[in-house]
Write a protein that binds this ligand. Structure first.
Ligand SMILES: [Zn+2]
Length: 506
């Protein structure tokens, strides 16, 4: 018997509608896997450990979170995918290594669009299983096009590999002819980005524990709980629940309703009130005065490149520098023009820097200050931390600039990136363990690798101006379904799970 042939593909973009357009080159600079390179990643994901399959590598590509993908560039990826799928000949199954919060400049549901295109090519009988980020905005099209959707269960996201294996196990059963039945619904609930951690003592963690208990039932294939990505600003936004059972529609529907009730009951716990920049300065002053455990970590959550932030707002950094905070390491700041100036000046030189001299986004702010060029380097490494293990990280030509006689050291780079681990400083020759205060351009994913070296009580979220601010009521939403908690009062809500068959038939 010949081996089953499984096609693997995916376009991964968490699109922040308020951020500048993302282009094909942003994917090429981040991750674009085809052919043997993709086959190697599939090996790492462990798909072939589950079934003795022939992997048909199509294309998997990802960019750092940013604005909607230029639609022509999107179509260029689609051309690649469609052509390779057709050239590959008949396949027995498809694994989509996806995200679920993509937009293009013309589509508010990029993922639903390419899922449907793949379905159209392989036909209705071929199983499609898709892995989604926990921040996916669940659309009806995505549910209709895939047999089973499997969302990450962790935030910070450290279970991509486990979920890929889970997808493979589902695929195996679908290939044997079992039938997946699905119920899903979206709640009128936008959870604060910083209230989405899945530690067991957090509300999301509690829901996950419950979901995992349900998944032990024989009839339940998967329970997916998606926080959604609010800055996508789509009609599919909102906390979403998707339950897949093995040929048991009633179970899927009742469990989905049950989970929706539970999540809605917890809605007040999904609201967050992070520190202001002034709070952070006071916190650090007090910590330094009291000799608190170091390093103290300050997450610049309003400017998280992992959520489409520009990675260059200077408000928190400038406040620390102006307050005379000592022994600070800050990174990674996206400012290609500033790196160029530093390279011209050379290592050891001082010059009058202007941060964000060429940035268009007013929220980024500008900052003129004398700096010293401590170090120039090519920012490239292969990640070793659990969150980015094996990932080829490219920051491009980069510099360490210091201000206040070396008390504040700033890592500046030319390719925008969220900080996922201390490695983003190590590549610059900086050891964050020796800092008093570390400012990270990240919302929460840094936690997985920073919390082993920084006491959790010394990790602080700081809000301010930026494309990923926690102050969601300040944003001019256009497509977010209203009313939505906590922006609006939601007087009447009742659970309303949708069975997938209803959608397909419609
Ligand atoms: Zn995510």
């Amino acid at each position: 018997m010949s081996k089953k042939r499984i096609a693997v593909l995916g376009i991964i973009l968490e699109a922040n509608v308020f951020a500048p357009v993302t282009r094909r080159v942003d994917f090429e600079n981040y991750q674009l896997l085809q052919g043997e390179e993709l086959r190697a990643v599939v090996g790492y994901l462990g798909l072939s450990d589950v079934g003795d399959w022939e992997i048909v590598p199509i294309l998997v590509t990802a960019a750092e979170s940013g604005g909607p993908l230029d639609h022509d560039d999107y179509l260029s990826f689609i051309d690649d995918i469609e052509q390779r799928l057709r050239e590959a000949g008949p396949v027995d199954g498809v694994f989509i290594y996806g995200h679920g919060a993509g937009r293009t400049t013309a589509l508010d549901d990029m993922d639903g669009d390419y899922f449907a295109r793949v379905r159209a090519i392989v036909g209705p009988q071929i199983p499609i299983v898709a892995e989604l980020d926990l921040h996916a905005n669940l659309s009806d099209e995505m549910v209709a096009a895939a047999d089973i959707l499997v969302g990450y269960r962790t935030n910070p996201h450290v279970d991509q590999v486990a979920r890929a294996k889970e997808c493979a196990e589902h695929l195996q059963r679908l290939l044997l002819g079992e039938k997946a039945t699905v119920a899903y619904q979206r709640l009128p609930l936008v959870t604060a980005q910083v209230a989405q951690l899945t530690a067991p003592d957090k509300p999301y963690g509690e829901l996950m524990v419950y979901a995992e208990e349900l998944m032990e039932r024989e009839e339940v294939a998967n329970v997916t709980l998606l926080s959604g990505f609010s800055f996508g600003d789509t009609p599919y936004n909102g906390f979403a629940i998707c339950v897949t059972t093995w040929d048991d529609q009633d179970a899927a529907t009742s469990l989905c309703d049950d989970l929706a009730q539970k999540a809605w009951g917890m809605r007040q716990r999904f609201v967050a009130s992070p520190n202001t920049i002034a709070d952070a300065v006071e916190l650090e002053k007090a910590a330094a005065a009291n000799g608190a455990a170091a390093p103290r970590v300050y997450a610049d959550i309003a400017d998280n490149p992992g959520g489409g932030g520009r990675g260059n707002t200077i408000h928190l950094l400038k406040a620390f520098a102006e307050a005379g905070i000592r022994n600070v390491m800050a990174g990674v700041y996206f400012d290609p023009a500033l790196v160029e100036r530093a390279v011209e000046a050379g290592e050891g030189a001082t010059f009058d820097a202007v941060f964000n001299a060429e940035e268009q986004n007013a929220l980024s702010g500008k900052w003129a200050t004398p700096v010293r060029v401590d170090h120039l380097f090519e920012g490239q490494f292969v990640g070793k931390a659990e969150i980015n293990e094996g990932m080829n990280v490219r920051l491009g030509p980069s510099a360490v600039l210091s201000v206040n006689d070396g008390e504040v050291k700033i890592v500046v780079c030319t390719l925008r990136h969220q900080v996922l681990s201390p490695e983003y400083f190590e590549v610059a020759g900086l050891d964050v363990r020796t800092a008093n205060a570390v400012i990270v351009k990240s919302r929460g994913h840094f936690r997985a690798a920073f919390e082993p070296i920084a006491d959790t009580s010394q990790v602080h979220e700081v809000d301010g101006p930026g494309l990923t601010t926690a102050d969601i009521s300040s944003i001019e939403w256009t497509s977010l379904p209203r009313p939505v908690y906590p922006i609006d009062p939601v007087e009447h809500w009742q659970t309303a799970s949708v069975a997938r068959s209803t959608v397909v038939a419609a």
